[in-house]
Structure formats: C-alpha cells, structure tokens
Ligand binder design. Structure first.
Ligand SMILES: Cc1cc2nc3c(=O)[nH]c(=O)nc-3n(C[C@H](O)[C@H](O)[C@H](O)COP(=O)(O)OP(=O)(O)OC[C@H]3O[C@@H](n4cnc5c(N)ncnc54)[C@H](O)[C@@H]3O)c2cc1C
Length: 394
C-alpha cells in the first residue's frame, strides 16, 4: 500500500494516528539505497552517500515532509508542535538518511517567513520545499565568532547590485550549497551591531571561492569562504539595510526547539550502541563503567525534560543556554566513554577511514564550540538568567 502524504489533512489526525502515518511512510521509503545509509551521514561523516541523500531530500519534498511546520499559506503543512516532534522522533528511529539542507529548511525558511517580503518567500521557499536548493550560513569570520558583531565582510551598492568583499569561515556545507545567507557590513565606518545587513548571495559565481577545511574526523564538512567582488542583486536583502543584526539574531532563535528532541533520539541510539559494546566486551561488569553508563542515561532523561520545559514556555529565551551547555558536555563525555570502553582497540583502525565510534569521539569535541561555546553559554546564563553583573568590556 502506498502511503499518501500531501492529501492527508494533518489537523484531522490524533497524535497516535499521525505517528502511525509517519512510521508507515518511513518504513515504505527507507529502503534500497536509502536503507544503505542507515546510521550514516551524521556529524563527522557528512561526505557519505551525498548524492543519495540529495535524492532522498527530493523524495521527502515530493511527499510533503519538508516544511511540515511551516504555515500552509507558505507551502508548508501547518503541522502542530507535537506532530513535528513525532516526525523528528520517528525519522531518527527509522535511521532515515541524514538531511542535507538543515540550514535552508530550519533556519532560512522561518526567517524569510518572519522577516522577508512576499516576493522573497515566493522565490526561495519552493526550492527548499522540493529539496533542490541548498543553503549555507555565512556568519562566522576569522575575527568574528563568539563576537559576531565584529563582522568585517562588507557590501557596497553598485547600481542595482551589492558587491561583496571579505572572508567567512567554518561555513558548513558551503562547497555543496547553492546560496549563502550572510551577515555583512553595509555602512562604512559602522561598528558592532550597527550597520550590518542580512544578504542572500548565490554561491555559483566567479567572486565566491570555497576552500574545504579538512577536520580531525577526516571529513571536510566546513569551509573558508572568500568573497571577491561577489555580486547579488539589490533586493536580495532581508529587512532594511542596517537591520542585519535583528534578522541574524531572529534566525538564531529558530536553531533551538523541536530539533533538540530529535537530536535526543539520536543520542539514545548512540547510548544503546555503547551499552551493547560494554556488554559485548565484558566491561559492563566494571562498577565504574556501570556508573558512567547510568550517569549518561540519567543525563539523557534530564535533557528530555528540560527540552520539553523550554518548549512549553513558548519563545525560547536565554534559558535555552542551559540545554545547549548540558547536551554539549553530555555528548562530549559520551564520545570519551565509547573510546574508553574499547581500551587500546578504540584508538586503532584497520580501514582507511575512522570507525563511527572514533568519529563520534572526535566530532563531539566541537559540540562545546559551535552554536555558542560553553563559555558564551555561561555568560548568557550568568548575565541574563541569574542577573549577575555584566562581564567587563574593553
Ligand atoms: C562543527 C562546526 C560547524 C560550524 N558551522 C558554522 C556555519 O555553518 N556557519 C558559521 O557562520 N559558523 C559556523 N561555525 C562557527 C561557530 O559558530 C564558531 O566556531 C563559534 O561561534 C565560536 O567562534 P570562534 O571559533 O571564532 O571562537 P572564538 O570566538 O575566537 O572563541 C575562542 C575561545 O574564547 C572563548 N571566548 C570568546 N569570547 C568569550 C567571552 N566573551 N567570555 C569568555 N570566553 C570567551 C570561547 O568560548 C572559545 O573557547 C561552526 C563551528 C563548528 C565547530
């Protein structure tokens, strides 16, 4: 039986019915080439089966699984929050291929819907919905990471175009993206948050060069991105010139929320694999190992309750930093545990590639850096949640 999707009116389904519907579609479609990618393509493993994952993205698009929570007026399906959580959970449980356009679907699209014009939505949302146009995020620069307001890449108006010069860095998947949303300085002489704008820049042009940065995991997920007289048309700006900070921060608000719960289903699976390894090699009898496994299990439950609590409170506030700080450290510790459990064997590998456990260990070192480092989360919590005095500014 083929499970129809677009024609299913989601608001007519109970959560249980929706879960059965999502499960059935995934069971029917995660087969063949797609099933060969089960458990693959995640962090540190992004180069695996990229073409298959692009085809999968389009498969999802045809069936209406992209933009599930977007309003129907923008081509989405208006799914409720609980339906979106269920979809994310079932997706992770089915070990469906890792997605290739998280930035487009979950970051840029809601930003366009919130801050963009009708024309911009009409132009860009369909390519995200059908899985054909991929996006990357051009925020960080060599001197602007935690201090994003120090952006130096500049854009000046030339006739009916913006001309962009500067460098971005750590641009995830820029080398396989069609467009970049970038924070750039459009007012000469401006400093800090003022004078920034949020531009949409096509990647396929002579003025844009991406250079892959090979990571410790062996994969090249992110890039240095150079803009040398790169161009984009004048209307490729979200918000007014000088309003870039507001739009950029609005986008970051969309980074949290539902995807956190899906991420935890992935964590649950990783922990289950680790428990199997410990049982298989007899280490599960070691009281210290048992204690570390129990602590990991407890941490996972805490994360779930905290994510549900912050979602229930509506707009994610500074307390979202609790979640980021907690999961990043938890995951990094899990990476250490899986290597410890394997003893010396955990450090060696026969294949040219690292094992998935080794990739987990190495990639999780970056969890405490991206999306706001541990130190930045602690500053946010100290100043904005606990009300402590602000850190001294130079
Ligand atoms: C895997 C990965 C993917 C990424 N993908 C993207 C992407 O797609 N697009 C993009 O734009 N960026 C991306 N980034 C960049 C990421 O956002 C930055 O790495 C992050 O914001 C930290 O900035 P930084 O690396 O410049 O470090 P810095 O800001 O230079 O920080 C260096 C150290 O100083 C500490 N520090 C800085 N300021 C303070 C302070 N005020 N108080 C206390 N300590 C402080 C930091 O915690 C850190 O330990 C990615 C990073 C990683 C690791």
């Amino acid at each position: 039986m083929t499970v129809a999707t677009h024609d299913v009116a989601l608001d007519a389904l109970t959560d249980d019915q929706f879960r059965a519907h999502a499960k059935a579609w995934l069971a029917e479609h995660v087969v063949g080439d797609y099933a060969s990618l089960k458990g693959r393509g995640g962090p540190g493993d992004e180069e695996i089966g990229f073409d298959i994952r692009v085809a999968w993205e389009q498969e999802l698009g045809r069936a209406g699984w992209i933009g599930l929570g977007w309003p129907q007026s923008h081509g989405g399906r208006g799914a409720s929050v609980s339906q979106q959580i269920i979809w994310a959970e079932e997706y992770t449980r089915a070990q469906a291929p890792a997605r290739v356009n998280h930035m487009g679907e979950n970051l840029l699209a809601p930003t366009l819907i919130e801050y963009g014009t009708h024309e911009q939505c009409e132009r860009f949302l369909p390519g995200i919905l059908d899985g054909t146009v991929r996006w990357c995020q051009g925020y960080s620069e060599p001197d602007a990471g935690s201090d994003l307001a120090n952006v130096k890449t500049r854009a000046v108006q030339d006739g009916d175009e913006w001309v962009i010069n500067g460098q971005k860095v750590w641009t995830s998947l820029a080398h396989v993206s069609h467009w970049c949303f970038a924070v750039v300085r459009t007012e000469a002489g401006s400093v800090k948050h003022k004078g920034l704008s949020f531009l949409l820049v096509p990647m396929d042009q002579p003025g844009v060069e991406t250079r892959i940065i090979r990571q410790i995991t062996g994969s090249g997920e992110f890039n240095e991105t150079f803009f040398t007289d790169a161009r984009t048309s004048l209307d490729m700006i979200i918000g007014a010139p000088g309003e870039g900070w507001r739009v950029a921060m609005g986008l970051l608000g969309f980074e949290r929320g539902i995807s956190t719960l899906a991420q935890q289903v992935g964590f649950e699976r990783e922990l289950a694999t680790i428990v199997d390894i410990a049982r298989g090699n007899g280490r599960a009898d070691d009281p210290i190992v048992r204690q570390r496994l129990a602590r990991a299990h407890t941490g996972l439950q805490l994360m779930r309750w905290n994510a549900l609590r912050s979602m229930g409170s509506g707009v994610p506030g500074p307390e979202a930093s609790i979640g980021k700080l907690f999961w990043a450290n938890w995951h990094r510790d899990l990476g250490e545990l899986v290597i410890d459990l394997q003893g010396a064997a955990g450090l060696a590998h026969d294949e040219p590639e690292l094992t998935l456990e080794q990739k987990l260990f190495l990639f999780t070192r970056s969890d405490t850096i991206y999306g706001g480092s541990n130190e930045i989360q602690r500053n946010v919590l100290g100043e904005r949640v606990l009300g402590l005095p602000k850190e001294p500014q130079p």
